[in-house]
Design a binder for this molecule. Structure first.
Ligand code: NAD
Ligand code: 13P
Length: 344
């Protein structure tokens, strides 16, 4: 069989960490994959040089994953179309707010036999409907899409510190998941497979909202018990919210890396937690804190809290989600952080 050509659409903190793993694994399985991996880089200038040029000469994403070498076979390309051209396998790893534009630019340019995986942690809410990005990608590009999510703080994965992750695949399509397994699995980055694209995707999106709540408890100095309570209630709301989606399994939430493990790591070590703690302590807005604390990286949890709130409000279902609601009220409506638990 023909060797598979891999493309990575995205090159932020997580995109770059995953490019390091995928770039090495295509060489490890050289009978299965083409050696060159193209990676879409949203172009920007850094000290008078293009980021693509820096990555292609120094093999380091100096802005989003400094200090980590990328394999030489990962080639930075400044357009999504240039990266995706001729690809059999596509990895989507962008902050979720940029996906619609990037996918629109790829419309009609991806082979219908290509297969994609979404590593995006977010959901699309539009016209009263909610969709996971694996579905958005399938619809816009016409190719099948799985999801990968897990307890994966990018900087730790990039240093080969042990972690697990989960690929959620479509019903009956384990073969694609097994191919992506070869792209990602390493002795320190262990990939599990579950037949649950929606569950894996929703865990990744919704835990970011809970992590904002967890960060609020840190900012308030409420201690570990309060944070654990927010996480427990958050997990319940995540599960309840997701059960309306096709094929979602309760075990995805409680037994996989995408579920409980990612909730734990994000509530202790993630960017959402960090900015939410600073929000309480400084009184600055999330937009300001994102710029001040994240060096160009993007927060996902505040956007997702707003999107979920819009969706639940339109359906008259907010009462069933007191934690999601409180997080939104505090982040967007001048709600007092100390009231986080008053309606739980
Ligand atoms: P990031 O937070 O580092 O975001 C910055 C990226 O966005 C950069 O590559 C930047 O060039 C790009 N960008 C900025 N403006 C853009 C535009 N207008 N169009 C296109 N791209 C633009 O990104 P990330 O950490 O790689 O996150 C990608 C996804 O992976 C997110 O959904 C995130 O939740 C998820 N994720 C992140 C981590 C992590 O630890 N960083 C871990 C697991 C999953
Ligand atoms: P943050 O976006 O909060 O850093 O979470 C990263 C993550 O998804 C870890 O699995």
């Amino acid at each position: 069989p023909q060797r598979q050509r891999l493309a990575i659409i995205g090159s932020g903190n997580w995109g770059s960490a995953i490019a390091r793993i995928a770039g090495r694994n295509v060489l490890r399985y050289s009978d299965v994959f083409e050696p060159e991996v193209r990676m879409y880089v949203h172009e920007e200038m850094i000290d008078g040089r293009k980021l693509t040029e820096i990555i292609n000469t120094e093999h380091e994403n100096v802005k989003y994953l400094p200090g980590i070498k990328l394999p030489d076979n990962v080639l930075a390309v400044d357009s999504p179309v240039g990266a995706a051209e001729g690809a059999d396998l596509l990895i989507f790893v962008l902050p979720h707010q940029f996906i619609p534009n990037v996918c629109n630019s790829l419309r009609g340019k991806v082979s219908p036999t290509a297969r994609a995986v979404s590593m995006i942690k977010g959901v699309e809410v539009r016209d009263g409907q909610i969709r996971i990005f694996a579905d958005v990608i399938e619809e816009l590009l016409g190719c099948k899409c799985s999801a990968l999510s897990g307890a994966n703080i990018a900087n730790e994965v990039a240093q080969d510190k042990f972690s697990e992750t989960t690929i959620g695949y479509r019903a009956g399509d384990r073969a694609t998941a097994e191919l992506f397994f070869k792209v990602f699995d390493t002795p320190t980055f262990r990939v599990g497979l579950v037949e649950d694209v929606a569950g894996v995707s929703l865990c990744g999106a919704l835990k970011n909202v809970v992590a904002i709540g967890a960060g609020f408890t840190d900012g308030l100095g409420w201690g570990d018990n309060a944070k654990a309570a927010v996480m427990r209630i958050g997990l319940m709301e995540m599960k309840q919210f997701s059960m309306d989606f096709d094929g979602v399994k309760s075990s995805t939430f409680t037994e996989t890396s995408a579920g409980i493990a990612d909730l734990i790591t994000t509530c202790f070590g993630g960017r959402n937690r960090k900015c939410a703690e600073a929000f309480v302590k400084t009184g600055k807005s999330f937009d300001v804190l994102e710029k001040e604390l994240l060096g160009g990286q993007k927060l996902q949890g505040t956007e997702t809290a707003r999107e979920i709130h819009t969706f639940l409000k339109q359906r008259g279902r907010l009462d069933g989600y007191p934690l999601f609601r409180s997080v939104y009220e505090i982040a967007y409506n001048d709600g007092a952080a100390k009231d986080l638990t008053s309606k739980l």
